[in-house]
Design a protein. Structure first.
Length: 273
């Protein structure tokens, strides 16, 4: 992929000051349909805040009675943030994104960011969904949200297919949890929250009519679905409609890069892995 630079594929970064409230961060994420924001202090880049981090902050006992409008971004941000130069090769970014969710593009100051979406947009992976899917970690409509939130943290995943009577009933994501926890903290009085949050179940917050692919779906079509719907991953069904796997954006990036089974186009530049 010689000649293809980070600056050729990076996107405009969205930022928020650490002193802003979590409610404002969630509003920005919803407005721009993103899952994370870069965090600044006095204009200097200091970290990242994600929907997963916000869901965790809103779900802790220490902050359990406080609404998102009373908590600062600093309470949910992570100081871990990988950076890259706009003049670095795009290949370096692809390697980094195999283990990172986001790259801040820095050239003395912040000039953009790179997420899996920007990389997938220039990749043309070969193969089929069934070849790279992972075993699904699933839930059911009646499982408590506090349980799946903990399971997502422990498994380091951002989404779960919801199975009802053996069939795909929907998806629940860290975004769903963050929105639900915000609404819950805003509406329910503090002295009732600990008891009532335990009664919140998956069917209360999950998305129905979830997008899915089949084991024989070409990977390029999987990429098209992910980018069109702006989702982090999709469940994989076999021809009998059983949920047999899940594919995320990072899975596709790792597959294309590790197995050299993709082409990448930066303008008209070929991918030579």
């Amino acid at each position: 992929m010689k000649g293809c630079k980070v600056k050729d594929i990076m996107a405009e970064a969205l930022t928020i000051d650490k002193s802003e409230m979590l409610s404002h961060a969630l509003d920005l994420m919803e407005k721009h349909d993103v899952r994370r924001l870069l965090v600044t202090k006095d204009g200097k880049l200091i970290g990242v805040v994600t929907q997963r981090g916000i869901a965790r902050a809103l779900g802790t006992r220490k902050k359990s009675s406080l609404p998102a409008s009373s908590l600062h971004v600093a309470t949910a941000m992570s100081e871990h943030l990988a950076t890259i130069s706009p003049d670095d090769e795009a290949e370096k970014a692809i390697q980094l994104l195999k283990g990172e969710d986001i790259l801040a593009v820095v050239n003395g100051c912040l000039v953009g960011w790179l997420t899996p979406n920007e990389v997938l947009a220039i990749m043309y992976p070969k193969g089929y969904a069934g070849e790279i899917m992972k075993p699904p970690i699933t839930t059911i409509p009646s499982e408590r949200v506090v349980h799946i939130r903990r399971r997502m943290y422990e498994e380091d995943i951002g989404r779960m297919p919801v199975i009802d009577d053996g069939q795909l009933a929907g998806m629940v994501t860290e975004s769903d949890i963050a929105r639900a926890m915000r609404a819950f903290r805003d509406i329910v009085p503090g002295h009732q929250q600990e008891t009532r949050v335990r009664n919140l179940i998956v069917s209360d917050i999950m998305s129905v009519n979830a997008k899915f692919v089949r084991t024989n779906t070409p990977l390029q079509e999987v990429v098209d679905v992910i980018l069109k719907e702006n989702i982090g991953g999709v469940p994989v069904l076999d021809l009998q409609d059983n949920v047999v796997g899940i594919i995320t954006r990072r899975d596709i990036i790792r597959h294309g890069n590790d197995c050299q089974s993709s082409a990448v186009s930066c303008g008209k530049l070929p991918f030579n892995a």
